[in-house]
Design a binder for this molecule. Structure first.
Ligand SMILES: Nc1ncnc2c1ncn2[C@@H]1O[C@H](COP(=O)(O)OP(=O)(O)O)[C@@H](O)[C@H]1O
Ligand SMILES: [Mg+2]
Length: 384
């Protein structure tokens, strides 16, 4: 399926980032949350980066999930080094072709990109300042799945360094470093902004808009064009299944393809897509229920407490321990809780996430939606 461009959203965000909108806090950093697979990375890479480039900024994109085996700090530093190499590489080419103008381009400020982030080299803020001098344009660093930085000490330090770079490089009316942090989970992203010790204390997190009717119209138009034999295919009809798929393009497009195959044997296209969407939601919830029910009692009680706390979870306080005791019928110690939390994190398909500072959150935000759905139906807790 071809890319659906989100140009106006990109334009709006760049306006906000560059300080063109008074009262917007975006020049201090833009924090965007939206569930997994809803198109964040695609938007950041294929809409936001090109728009930044068009508007004269230097975009640097790094996805902290791109290699979970590497320290997030290394990934961030690596992306900045790569951008410096690329920027100076271009500078070199210009140097050859524009001999007379070299001086004006400030060749004297070149530096060794490899020194960025090395102990005996340049700190992250120093590296960014130098890169800005060489590039002669504002830098926009986009950190995708930024919450992952907090899972290591190095990553957390890198975040603080970015904040300090921002403070050094930006002043009233001039923005030399823009920061965009995105994440699949608002709760985890909150750890970057919600306490005195958090690197971006005071910033707030925006919901990144989900794809909606315009995207569905775009897909519908393509289906109509490619399969005119399907007859009437309406975007309005397809919007409901798209939303049932959690506004996730991949699942939606898979269902469309299946419905196209089925339509050849006479089934209604719209109805097939809708029933596939309903099945998918039901199956996802059944899967979660099965996972939950298969957990040992204490793990289940802890997860319940986390789901119910909706973000401010304190695993070891008296209230939590009393809750576990009530649910499991046994006295529970902090040490037992800690061990159970470790098991929840270390299992194949982790259910719990932990920051380097010892804060916990539900790993998959979809589980919170499942919990809320059951609670709304007065079906919580599930029974086997
Ligand atoms: N604007 C778009 N147009 C078409 N497909 C999209 C668009 N945005 C996302 N997708 C598709 O949706 C899937 C998930 O997108 P991705 O950007 O990886 O989501 P996220 O980063 O939120 O997990 C990918 O297969 C991608 O191709
Ligand atoms: Mg992504």
């Amino acid at each position: 399926m071809i890319h659906f461009p989100r140009t106006s959203l990109a334009r709006e965000l760049v306006d906000a980032l560059s300080g063109d909108i008074s009262l917007s806090d975006a020049p201090n950093g833009l924090f965007l949350a939206a569930p997994r697979r809803t198109g964040k990375s695609t938007f950041l890479r294929f809409d936001l980066c090109p728009e930044l480039d068009r508007r004269g900024a230097l975009p640097i994109y790094v996805d902290l999930w791109s290699d979970k085996g590497r320290d997030p700090a290394e990934l961030i530093t690596g992306a900045i080094r790569d951008a410096a190499v690329k920027t100076m590489g271009l500078g070199q080419k210009l140097k050859k072709s524009m001999k007379g103008k070299v001086a004006a381009m400030g060749v004297g400020v070149s530096f060794d990109p490899d020194a960025i982030g090395r102990r005996d080299g340049l700190s992250l803020p120093e590296g960014l300042v130098r890169l800005h001098e060489v590039a002669k344009r504002p830098i926009c660093l986009i950190v995708d799945e930024a919450q992952h930085a907090l899972t290591t000490k190095g990553g957390a330090n890198a975040m603080s360094a970015l904040k300090s770079a921002r403070d050094q490089m930006n002043g009233p009316g001039s923005v030399a470093l823009m920061l965009v942090m995105s994440g699949s989970d608002r709760d985890k992203l909150l750890r970057l902004v919600n306490s005195n010790a958090a690197p971006f204390f005071g910033s707030h997190i925006s919901r990144m808009p989900l794809l909606g009717l315009p995207y569905v119209e775009h897909v519908t138009a393509e289906v109509r064009r490619t399969y005119p034999e399907l007859g009437k295919v309406s975007a309005e009809e397809l919007l409901t299944p798209f939303e049932l798929f959690g506004a996730r393009p991949q699942f939606f497009v898979d269902a469309i393809n299946e419905a196209i195959r089925d339509a050849k044997s006479g089934r209604s296209f719209d109805e097939t897509v809708l029933s596939l969407a309903k099945n998918a939601e039901e199956m996802a919830y059944e899967q979660m229920e099965a996972t939950y029910m298969a957990l040992p009692g204490l793990e289940r009680a802890i997860l319940w407490a986390m789901l119910e706390s909706g973000g401010g979870f304190r695993p070891y306080d008296a209230k939590a321990l009393a809750f576990y005791r009530k649910k499991t019928g046994k006295a529970v110690t902090a040490a037992q809780t800690q061990a159970a939390l470790a098991r929840l994190r270390e299992r194949e398909g982790p259910l719990v996430w932990k920051s380097a500072r010892g804060e916990y959150a539900i790993e998959d935000a979809a589980m919170a939606r499942w919990f809320e759905a059951l609670r709304d139906l007065k079906r919580w807790p599930p029974s086997s």
